[in-house]
Design a binder for this molecule. Structure first.
Ligand SMILES: Cc1cc2nc3c(=O)[nH]c(=O)nc-3n(C[C@H](O)[C@H](O)[C@H](O)COP(=O)(O)O)c2cc1C
Ligand code: SF4
Length: 492
């Protein structure tokens, strides 16, 4: 199966005029012809699932947000462009090549849920994407596409957790990127906080956010948060219809997915494939397959789920396909390891990333996460004992206890799956049968230069307290609130 171009154009679209020439704008035109209910019904029928990682049905989310609109405050649409999953570069690529479709999708979303404000949550470090999105917004505003809707690009912090939707909302409210205790359709921007201390640089942790109730009340309205790629799919679904969208992909995962391939392949890259394409083919098409003379050993879909051993590579890349083998599609980013890669070093590197990025609001996630990372690094350096291996098994079972967000569960699934599938490699280090290796750097991509992936080398110096000094304070990010500078809140 070849690569396709539904949301990822073959070349960059340079102007709004060019976008319109390539059939851009037909989604919003079609949306203006129907009421919000019909719009949402089309999306529900299309079966589109959110491309941010969880694969939640987008139409169902839009309907819930609409039904929970407040009588007092307008709903906000937030586009999640915080992309920080290790091995994923697809949202940044989409925003670079076609920011217009993302904005058009968000404008359709605003119409469907009755929002008058759209915030694009990017990172300050995403300089080319911030500038492309801002320039496209200006063009679209001048051309009258966004009448009655305010569009803002927010430049957020580097932290991985900033991409978690409730942490993103916390950041937009001027607090730290710490996940909230909140159900999926939480109250959003400017939500109700229980204690004055919860606000700004006060001593509280993330705000306690209540479930939005139907019809709204004196509180704040719900916020719709959707991923960049999800939004980029919307215009064509609305202009061409649900049946058209369902002609590609699988029954449970219709459409396409934009994948990133990095690691031990001939090249690194981003490409769009039909949902359901066997993962081995995805790796061939985008990454050129294994390097000469090498054999793929395993693939990690980011750091959010279980490792996929080579014998399962013919599994269809779809939500149900990868869930069926106990792993997941995540955000379509696949880190490939071959027979020269040491999976003890990979486990240690991935565990370190998750432990460092944990905010520490939940004790097991940070405490047990850091211990896991330390022990796995000892294994990788061939300094660990059998007892350490046993302790690793115990910590895998406790790291997600009481976890407020999915990060704790990710840690459990990822390390647990490496122990199950590649426990012999870890044991070889303990027996002294494998040489000492430093943990693999597992972190965010900062670029793709030619065929090469560029990783965030700075993460090597990131401390568990989220500073970059030579020493860790020993405090967890959640304990350092009064020392932190709150990110700049959005102006009212
Ligand atoms: C630790 C963590 C990091 C995440 N990072 C991102 C991210 O960078 N971008 C994103 O769109 N979703 C990310 N998510 C998922 C979001 O919380 C949320 O599910 C998504 O933005 C919803 O949009 P969708 O329904 O369109 O997928 C992350 C989740 C977790 C737990
Ligand atoms: S599970 Fe971990 S990252 Fe998520 S809120 Fe708790 S401590 Fe923070």
């Amino acid at each position: 199966m070849p690569l396709v171009h539904r949301v990822l154009p073959p070349q960059s679209i340079e102007s709004l005029e060019e976008y319109v020439t390539r059939r851009g704008g037909r989604g919003i035109e079609a949306a203006e012809e129907v009421d919000a209910d019909a719009l949402i019904a089309t999306l529900e029928a299309s079966g589109l699932r959110g491309r941010g990682g969880a694969g939640f049905p987008t139409g169902r989310k839009w309907r819930t947000v609409r039904e929970n609109a407040s009588d007092v405050l307008a709903t906000t649409v937030v586009v999640n462009g915080a992309e920080g999953e290790p091995g994923t570069f697809k949202d940044r690529t989409i925003m670079r090549l076609d920011p217009y479709a993302v904005i058009e999708g968000a404008l359709i979303a605003a119409r469907a849920v009755g929002a008058r404000e759209i915030i694009f949550g990017l990172k300050k470090a995403f300089v080319p994407e911030v500038s492309r999105m801002r320039a496209a917004i200006v063009e679209m505003q001048r051309a009258g596409w966004s009448e009655g809707v305010e569009l803002t690009v927010y430049e957020g912090p580097d932290e991985y957790l900033y991409g978690e939707e409730t942490a993103l909302l916390e950041t937009l409210d001027g607090r730290y990127p710490f996940p909230r205790i909140a159900p999926p359709f939480r109250r959003g921007i400017t939500e109700v906080v229980e204690h004055a201390d919860d606000v700004g640089t006060g001593s509280g942790l993330s705000a306690h956010v209540e479930m939005a109730v139907p019809g709204g009340d004196t509180g704040a309205p719900p916020t719709l948060v959707d991923n960049v790629e999800t939004m980029a799919n919307i215009p064509r679904i609305i202009s061409r219809g649900a049946d058209w969208f369902r002609t590609e992909g699988t029954q449970e995962s219709p459409g396409t997915i934009v994948c990133t391939i990095t690691g031990s392949t001939r090249r690194a890259g981003v490409g769009e494939v039909l949902m359901g394409t066997p993962l081995r083919e995805v790796i061939e098409m985008i990454g050129g397959g294994p390097r000469k003379g090498r054999r793929i050993k395993a693939v990690l879909p980011g750091v959010s789920t279980a490792i996929i051993p080579e014998h399962l590579l013919d599994t269809p890349a779809s939500y149900e396909g990868l869930a069926g083998i106990g792993s997941g599609l995540g955000s379509g980013g696949f880190l490939v390891f071959d027979d020269t890669d040491d999976l003890a070093a990979v486990a240690a590197g991935a565990s370190r990333f998750l432990a460092i990025e944990s905010c520490g609001q939940c004790t097991p996630c940070k405490r047990d996460g850091l211990s896991l990372a330390d022990l796995l690094a000892r294994v990788s350096r061939s300094e660990a004992t059998e007892r350490d291996l046993g302790e690793i098994g115990d910590l895998v079972r406790t790291v997600s206890e009481g976890a407020r967000c999915s990060l704790g569960l990710q840690h459990e699934a990822l390390v647990g799956s490496i122990l199950t599938a590649f426990g012999d490699e870890l044991e070889a280090h303990v027996r002294g049968a494998a040489p000492s290796v430093e943990p693999t750097l597992i972190t965010e991509l900062v670029g793709l230069e030619g065929d090469e992936a560029v990783w965030n080398e700075r993460h090597r110096n990131k401390q568990p307290d989220w500073t970059y000094g030579s020493e860790d304070s020993g405090k967890w990010p959640a304990e350092r609130l009064d020392e932190h500078r709150a990110p700049k809140p959005l102006e009212d």
